[in-house]
Design a protein around this ligand. Sequence first.
Ligand SMILES: [Zn+2]
Length: 64
Amino acid sequence: MPFYKDMPLVCRSCGETFIFTAGEQEFYADKGFLNEPTRCPKCRVRRDSSGGRGRREDRKENRS
Ligand SMILES: [Zn+2]
């Protein structure tokens, strides 16, 4: 049995430090996810609730 412990990670989206908790690590492992999350829970929720609209906001000035 692997032993999990809380791990601080830096969000790639907003740069904030968030905790990847032992419980989440277990959940990830259970789902077969091999990679650590790269975004904090807040940014993950934002992304999930965006519904695929405006996911490339940094290109908004590039519209024809
Ligand atoms: Zn974030």
